[in-house]
Each structure stands twice: as structure tokens, then as C-alpha cells.
Design a protein around this ligand. Sequence first.
Ligand code: ZN
Length: 287
Amino acid sequence: MRDFSVDHRWLSLNTATVRKQGSLVEIVEACARRGIRAIDPWRDQVASVGLDRAVRAVRDAGLELSGYCRGGMFVADAAHRIEVRDDNRRVIDEAKALGAPCIVLVAGGLPQYSRVGSAASRDIAQARTQVHDGIAEMLEYATQANMPLAIEPLHPAYAADRACVNTTRQALDLCDALDPKRTGMLGVALDVYHIWWDFELMPQITRAGKDRLLAFHVCDWLVPTKDILNDRGMMGDGVIDIKSVRAAVEAQGFAGYSEIEIFSNAWWQKPMDEVLWTCIERHRSVV
Ligand code: ZN
């Protein structure tokens, strides 16, 4: 297992962590000043400064990407399926322009929450089928573009509105069904916030192996969690044994960035420099 205590060369910042404190360009500059070498930007943050400017900012600062957030939201009614397909193709084009190593996929839940304007449904089994079919379709375009797709299983509390893929096993079942030859184009993004509770986590990480482990996200689970979306904890402030999960993914050969992704009403109130400084310190001491 890599020693993170001596420096923060393997720290990547998911830019949603400081989304309220500045534009993507300001975040990129702040990361560069702090010696943070990589980011994972969100599409809306890229769009708000413009793709060309975002590409330039990342390049000028010498940053790498650890992923691009996000594609997916595959569940929609019939009237919106083409929109979903085209939107996901644009994600791939943007990720290519930015030099991302993979796209993080959030699968989508029920159609009325996954795609604005879709007719309401309670059929979660149908939602799962659409996710399967949607990834299959996206994977063709992604493979042509040589852009790997990383399915992120989300905590079951998000099944209705964000993702009906809720465990590492379920995400890997999709990978095995859609990419049985393990081409490297389909894998998982494992975020400790979503998966730490899963009694099958360790054997599923072993099952994933190096070629399916495309991204690793860290934060912490606070007790109590007051807001399932926007009350993530800073590493060390909650109950997740982050080191043991990192040890497991690294035992499989994962050697990428440890990406800090904290959606938090509390941390969004603090100055960007304080958040980044704390991220660096906890990355060294807790991750
Ligand atoms: Zn994540």
C-alpha cells in the first residue's frame, strides 16, 4: 500500500468539493498553488466557464484529471431516450477534450427524477433494464473514442432519484454482462461514502481486479448524516475505515489518484484555502 503520509501526490480533488467557493478556473489555480496534481471536474462547472477555457486552464496549470463527472442518467421515458443518448455522447467528447482517463457514470433512478420531463414510473426493475441497455449503447461510442466508463454504485438511499445501481456486486455484474472480455473500457468508480457498509465489499473488490477499478473516491460517513446528498464528512470525521478500503483496491493493483469528493453544506461555507489545506492534511493522516 502506498504511503500517503509523506506527500499528497496521489490526491485528486473532485471539484464539487469547493463548488460554492469559486469557478472551475479559480479551483484549478488554487489546486496548482497547493501542489494538488489532479482534479475531477463536473460538467456544469465546465459549462459555466466554457469547455475551451476549462481545457486551457487545466493544461496551463499542468493538472491531470482522475475522471469526469458525470455521464449516465440512463432512465427516461420513450420521448427522452434520444436526448439521453446524445447527452452521453457529448460527455464523451468533453472528456476527450479535457484529457480525462474515464467518465464516472451515475446510472439514474426512476425516470421522473433521472430525466427532466419524463413520465413518472414506479418500475425500478424496468429502470435497471434501461441502465443496462443505456450503458451498452454508450459503450459503443466510448470504445470508438477510447474513453473508459466507470459505473459508480450509489448508496441505496439514492435508488429512486439518482442511481438504481447500488452495490459493487451489481455494478460488476453489469460490467461482466456488457464487457465480458475485460477490454478496459468498462469498470467501476468506488466511492467509500456509498459502499463502506456493504458486507460483500472486500470480495467484490477482489472480483473487480485491477482492470475494473477505474476510480477511487473518498470522504467520510457522519453519524448522524443530516442530509443524504449534502452532508458528507471530511475524511477522519466519520466512521469509514478508509485505509482498509484503499488497501484492498491497491492490493488489486489500483495505482491511481485518491479523489476527495465532499458534498457538504458545512464545508461549502468555509474558504477554499481552508478546505484544500484540510483535504491535504487528512489525505496524509487518514486516507
Ligand atoms: Zn463519487
